[in-house]
Design a protein around this ligand. Structure first.
Ligand code: SAM
Length: 241
């Protein structure tokens, strides 16, 4: 079978301009982000790292909730450009600092952040273990890693029919919600992304149990998982250092 490999960045550059009109319109996505912010317990003066910030939907919700400061990283220049326009427009230059860098390459001082958060970004990272270890290191003692992700294990061979059926069960619901909330444009984008899940082309999802294990192996003391109400495929994990 032909192996499809495309630079993640290229794909997100292309998606950036319509991100807020596609996934950004889907209510269950906002429910996930709201749950992440709520579970993070963010408070005044906290230093927050948002990994794979995209157009800034999560970072802005953190700032809505508390007078914190956010460092936001993403590998896509185009996503960050859109986010920077919002920062400028909302006069938030002193509160948000954006850096174009991949999660795999980020270097921060040990013990720098109160909260590290990532929503539907880290499943794009193929080799997750070193990234989770890096997240652990850059958190303060007692700091929290808050992960909002799909709870579906898509590892395995792309030509395994049982795996295909399992992924399609998730995608049916995903497509239904995209069409309902974002119309044809959102559906079309999620439909294209669905093929990437099936072919393991830039989408490398694992189950919440697997994320939990990665966190414990990295040294986190405990990890608690909460479901997004009404959409069982999405969960929020809070791991404490
Ligand atoms: C589905 S979007 C999520 C954006 C935002 N967190 C949200 O919830 O709306 C995934 C984001 O992760 C970024 N991304 C993908 N792979 C990445 C990597 N290896 N390092 C950093 N960012 C990455 C993409 O550029 C994109 O902006």
């Amino acid at each position: 079978m032909k192996q499809i490999t495309r630079d993640n960045r290229e794909w997100f550059q292309e998606w950036a301009n319509e991100y807020d009109n596609t996934l950004g319109k889907v209510k269950r996505h906002h429910k996930l982000l709201d749950l992440v912010v709520r579970e993070s317990g963010v408070k005044r003066n906290d230093l927050v790292l948002d990994i794979g910030c995209g157009t800034g939907l999560l970072s802005l919700k953190f700032l809505d909730k508390a007078d914190c400061s956010v460092t936001a990283i993403d590998s896509s220049a185009q996503m960050l450009e859109i986010f920077r326009e919002k920062i400028e427009k909302c006069n938030l230059n002193g509160k948000i600092h954006c850096i174009q860098i991949s999660a795999e390459d980020m270097v921060f001082e040990p013990g720098q952040f109160d909260i590290v958060a990532a929503t539907v970004a880290l499943h794009h990272v193929k080799y997750k273990e070193p990234v989770i270890k890096n997240i652990y290191n850059c958190l303060k003692d007692g700091g929290r890693f808050v992960l909002g992700e799909m709870d579906i294990d898509t590892t395995g061979k792309p030509d395994d029919p049982q795996r295909l059926v399992r992924i399609l069960q998730y995608l049916i619901r995903e497509y239904e919600l995209a069409m309902k909330d974002g119309g044809v444009q959102a559906f079309e984008r999620m439909y294209d992304n669905g093929k990437k899940h099936i072919l393991n082309d830039g989408e490398y999802c694992i189950g919440m149990g697997q994320w939990e294990k990665l966190c414990r192996d990295a040294g986190f003391k405990n990890a608690e998982v909460s479901p997004v109400k009404g959409f069982e495929w999405f969960k929020v994990l809070v791991a404490t250092k």
